[in-house]
Write a protein that binds this ligand. Structure first.
Ligand code: ADP
Ligand code: MG
Length: 698
């Protein structure tokens, strides 16, 4: 690395500094105005920006450009065009126009649209999102864009995210003006997504059809050692992993992605990366890029990065923590309680809005993280439960209690940390401890939504959060708007009091992993949507359609289309898993089991031929292996037959429910017998690497 990190950082990004250097002053100003205030961009400005962008890109080795968008597949999409433009007599120039910058026309017919777009209207449009900077990757200039249909319906995850950010900004600004903060002209949402992942050896990966086709292991007995010693979390990095993490940081930094923290996670072979937070849509783009680059860098190091939520049974899966807050254009974090939260009415209003939002739209929050992969985590003893609740911590809970009961909130003493060793530095404890079991926890000056699966685009959960909080703020505004300024403190106090009484059922500071909490949550009337098929129908519940359509985040047809896409994705994923498992059992596992049984049986007849030995142990083993063979064969037949039944179910919700209830149960039954048999099969006969090799070989 010749360059220092500060020079390297963002060197492949068309960032503010490059814009200022490359653009004429008036053009730069116009572009900044669009980025900061969301004003419309004129074509002459776009033309000028395009010229500068192309010059910069070509200087940095780019030959192509692409509109980069986030269709409903959950991945990003791109179509590369070169800058070359013929000028006659076999010559070319490198050319790029404002029109090419602002608008693209990819064929939309092969992206999921949930019936939104008839194939005769295959045209789709991508539109430049100037609020997320363009960048260069692998010799191509990437232009972040939104993707919609010919008739303007969103076909992607970015368009509704941008809509929700605008809505939240508008509603938050209205409240702030009411509270006298007239200098605020906009509020952004900020996200810091912590990303978990697994690294395994590529050669081993390539021998497992389940990992290749489904991203997770469908079979595999636990090795003698799993994660029970808890020796991996924050453990020293192994050399191969350390080298990977270093390269990953460098690649991310070049793209202006502020990767900050890296460490080993709880499970063997599991790790985490956290960036410094950014504005929501930039953070979403960066998280998509991070996932992609994690995979790419792993490949260079002879490894595979697994982003599936549950690659291995019996050890922790991977999630993504969505740290979220709101910040004014004047730089104030609206969820910062300050030193005296009880007197900070601005903080109390925004805090209460989040509590109200999460309570009223807990079903949508749950829905926003519902994927087949994440179903294996939520509710298992590692991730938050499927019940959405809020952890506030002792101090804020006491503040709200005092408001609810009209009692005086005495300022809490900050407690000095006592380590018992005088050489250690003295510092104050934080006033919220970390409750790791809560799905939605207040962590000092932000909320951390912990239910996201590791492979999920963070757009969806933030669309829900932004919209629900905007709705709460808009209701608060209506309650407060006629209050004279000198009565505002009192009015906010009363409003917060009413709201706590109504919404305190969502607050829970205890251990979210216990059965007692699940029972208590049911008494409180909270949702417990255990699986994706249970969660999805709430998307089309009248109250939720009302929320999204009133705030113009989704039209009703956009909602239905997304609902359909999610259902279809669920069914397809399980269908692939079921078929992969059948293939592995029939063509790999059973033949191996047969081979070993034959080997033992031959040994018996050999021994009997030589000398009439009793072969008691071998006989027992053959009987055992034969028993497994029969049981696995039968379980596989059932899975096969039920998969056929599933294929025949026309109604999508019915099919999804069947996959969840029947196919998953079949797969679990088949797996448990196969895993039991695996413990008897020698490594050299097992047709693919086992858990021990996968988890402990790096
Ligand atoms: P922990 O693992 O203890 O939760 P980390 O430091 O790993 O903490 O991650 C915290 C994340 O929260 C980081 O990505 C950080 O940038 C982000 N964060 C901090 N402040 C904010 C904020 N105001 N808005 C959004 N994210 C934030
Ligand atoms: Mg965290």
């Amino acid at each position: 690395m010749a360059k220092g990190i500060p020079e390297l950082y963002g060197s492949l990004v068309f960032n503010d500094k490059v814009m200022r250097d490359k653009l004429p002053k008036d053009i730069y100003k116009a572009l900044r105005k669009t980025i900061e205030n969301g004003t419309h961009l004129e074509l002459d400005v776009a033309n000028s920006v395009a010229v500068a962008m192309k010059e910069w890109a070509v200087e940095n080795g780019a030959t192509h450009f692409t509109h980069w968008f986030q269709p409903m597949t959950g991945f990003t999409a791109e179509k590369h065009d070169s800058f070359i433009s013929p000028v006659g007599d076999g010559q070319i120039i490198m050319d790029f126009s404002g029109k090419e910058l602002v608008k693209g026309e990819p064929d939309a017919s092969s992206f999921p649209s949930g019936g939104l777009r008839a194939t005769f209207e295959a045209r789709g449009y991508t539109a430049w999102d100037p609020t997320s900077p363009a960048f260069i990757k692998d010799g191509t200039l990437y232009i972040p864009t939104a993707f919609c249909s010919y008739s303007g319906e969103a076909l992607d995850k970015k368009t509704p995210l941008l809509r929700s950010m605008e809505t939240l900004s508008r509603e938050a600004t209205k409240i702030l003006h009411l509270l006298g903060q007239k200098d605020v002209t906009g509020v952004s949402t900020t996200i810091g997504p912590e990303q978990e992942y697994f690294l395994i050896d590529k050669e081993l990966y390539e021998q497992r059809k389940d990992l290749i086709f489904t991203g997770r292991t469908l079979l595999g007995a636990m090795p003698p050692k799993g994660q029970e010693m808890e020796d991996h979390y924050f453990g020293a990095l192994k050399p191969r992993v350390a080298a990977y993490m270093h390269d990953l940081d460098v690649e991310l930094w070049k793209l202006g992605i502020p990767a900050k923290t890296k460490h080993n996670e709880v499970a063997p072979a599991q790790h985490e990366l956290a960036p410094i937070f950014d504005t929501a849509n930039i953070a979403v783009d960066h998280n998509q890029l991070t996932m992609e680059i994690m995979k790419k860098v792993a490949d260079k190091h002879g490894m595979v990065c697994l982003l599936h939520e549950k690659p291995f049974d019996g050890i922790n899966g991977s999630g993504k923590h969505n740290n979220w807050s709101m910040i004014t254009n004047t730089g104030v974090n609206l969820l910062d309680p300050g030193r005296t939260p009880a007197e900070n009415i601005q903080f109390l209003i925004f805090l209460m809005a989040v509590i109200k939002a999460v309570d009223e739209y807990a079903d949508l929050m749950r829905l926003s993280v519902a994927t087949p992969g994440n179903d294996h985590r939520l509710g298992a003893n590692e991730a938050p439960p499927a019940v959405v609740s809020i952890f506030l911590g002792d101090e804020l809970t006491a503040v709200l209690d005092s408001i609810e009961n009209d009692t005086f909130f005495g300022k809490q003493q900050r407690i000095q940390m006592e380590t018992g060793a005088t050489v250690l530095p003295h510092f104050f404890k934080d006033n919220t401890d970390r409750n790791r079991t809560s799905p939605f926890a207040f962590t000092g000056n932000k909320f951390e939504f912990r239910m996201l699966g590791s492979s999920l685009s963070v757009a969806g959960p933030n669309i829900v959060l932004n919209t629900a909080v905007a709705e709460a703020l808009s209701q608060f505004y209506d309650e407060l708007k006629d209050t004279p300024a000198d009565k505002m403190g009192e009015a906010v106090h009363e409003l917060v009091k009413r709201a706590i009484l109504k919404h305190k059922k969502i607050i829970f500071n205890g251990n979210g992993y216990t059965d007692e909490w699940i029972a208590e949550a049911e008494r409180r009337g909270l949702y417990n949507l255990k699986s994706t098929p249970e969660a999805l129908p709430c998307f089309i519940a009248p109250k939720n359609i009302k929320l999204f359509t009133e705030h113009k985040i989704y039209t009703e047809s956009e909602i239905y289309s997304r609902y359909e896409i999610l259902l279809e994705n669920y069914c397809k994923t399980l269908h692939i898993e079921a078929r992969t498992m059948q293939d592995m059992i029939r063509r790999d596992f059973l033949p191996a089991l047969m081979e070993y049984t034959d080997e033992v049986a031959c040994s018996i007849s050999d021994k009997k031929a030589v000398a009439d030995l009793p072969c008691k142990a071998e006989t027992k083993l053959v009987i055992k292996l034969g028993g497994y063979y029969d049981a696995i064969y039968e379980a596989e037949e059932k899975l096969e037959a039920d998969t056929k039944t599933a294929e025949g179910i026309a109604d999508m919700l019915e099919a999804a429910t069947y996959y969840h209830e029947t196919i998953l149960a079949d797969m679990a039954a088949l797996r448990s017998t196969a895993d039991a048999a695996e413990e008897y099969i020698p490594d050299d006969i097992l047709p693919y690497p086992n858990y021990e090799a996968l988890l402990f070989s790096l």
